[in-house]
Each structure stands twice: as structure tokens, then as C-alpha cells.
Design a binder for this molecule. Structure first.
Ligand code: RTP
Ligand code: MG
Length: 155
């Protein structure tokens, strides 16, 4: 069918270093599956500086950028591709606002309200548009011509 409202969509999710080290991985994955997403790719990796700088290039001129790079390289992360109808906006809604301290007030059941620590250490990432989802998924996951996923830099 060509009806885009019923087509599955893919988005990129990351459980950030504070989420992994805070033992939130299993509960976040359970939340993802309970909300009807399929986890179709998964990679537990340690990001290096260059990879984080490239991934968050849109923020390279911000004052928080050096701290963001240090944070995102401070330990392993779990990168996932999530699939469902409206995956991009539904995952963004599920994770809640960027700042967990605000999320606790306005979206108390969101992932960041429950697992996040502060504006920087906010547990999870979600692609913010169809364009960034496509770009971020291909940034981390390559597909061979046979259709099998091949991951790089896996721990
Ligand atoms: P994300 O890209 O990780 O899903 O987060 P987001 O869209 O909700 O927020 P964004 O503005 O893209 O910021 C990217 C990440 O940078 C850190 N941050 N620190 N100290 C600060 O002022 C500050 N602001 C943002 C957070 O880790 C944020 O998720
Ligand atoms: Mg963002």
C-alpha cells in the first residue's frame, strides 16, 4: 500500500553512557517493546571523539559541545534502530523533553523523567525528523547487498 500513515518507519535510538552505567538498558528496552516498537538493529559500542563530533555536528558551535563529546565518550552506548508506524515522533514523545528535570514536571512518565539525571546526562537519544533518522541510521548501520546488516566497531 502507498498509504504513508500505515507504513512502518525507522528511527535511531541511543541509550547514552549514563543510561547504560545506571543499569537502565533493560527497562528502556522493555518500554520500547511495550510501546509496539520492534528493535531491528542493535549495537553495543564505545564511541570515540571523532564519531561523536560527527554525530552531533549540528551542535559543534555550542558552548556545551566539548562537554557533550566528553559525556558521550565516557562509556559504552547501546545504539538501536526502532521500527513501527510513526516511529520517529512516537519515540521522541516517549523519551520526553531534553531536560529530565523539566520532564519530571511536565512528562513524569517519559523515559528521560525516569532515567535522566540532568540537561546533559539525559539517558537517551532519538532522531528528530525523517531526514535525521535516515542519516543517523546509515551513520551507524550499513546494509550489504544481500540485505544482512553488518555493524562496525562492535564491542
Ligand atoms: P538528542 O539529540 O540527544 O536526542 O537530544 P535532544 O534532541 O533532545 O537535544 P539537542 O538539543 O539535540 O541536544 C543534544 C544533546 O546535547 C546535550 N545538551 N547539553 N548543557 C546543555 O545546555 C545541553 N543542551 C543539550 C544533551 O545530552 C542533549 O540530549
Ligand atoms: Mg537532538
Amino acid at each position: 500500500s502507498a498509504d504513508s500513515s500505515t507504513e512502518t518507519e525507522r528511527t535511531l535510538a541511543i541509550i547514552k553512557p549514563d543510561g547504560v552505567s545506571g543499569n537502565h538498558t533493560n527497562s528502556v528496552k522493555e518500554t520500547i517493546l511495550n510501546h509496539g516498537f520492534k528493535i531491528t538493529e542493535e549495537s553495543f559500542i564505545q564511541l570515540d571523539e571523532d564519531r561523536v563530533k560527527s554525530f552531533y555536528a549540528e551542535h559543534s558551535s555550542r558552548s556545551f559541545f566539548p562537554s557533550l563529546v566528553e559525556y558521550m565518550t565516557s562509556g559504552p552506548v547501546l545504539i538501536m534502530v526502532l521500527e513501527k508506524r510513526n516511529a520517529i515522533s512516537d519515540w521522541r514523545a516517549l523519551i520526553g523533553p531534553t531536560d529530565p528535570l523539566k520532564a519530571k514536571v511536565t512528562h513524569p512518565h517519559s523515559v528521560r523523567a525516569i532515567c535522566g539525571l540532568n540537561l546533559q546526562n539525559n539517558c537517551v537519544h532519538g532522531s528528530d525528523s525523517p531526514q535525521s533518522a535516515a542519516q543517523e541510521i546509515s551513520f551507524f548501520f550499513k546494509r550489504t547487498s544481500s540485505g544482512h546488516a553488518s555493524k562496525h566497531d562492535e564491542l
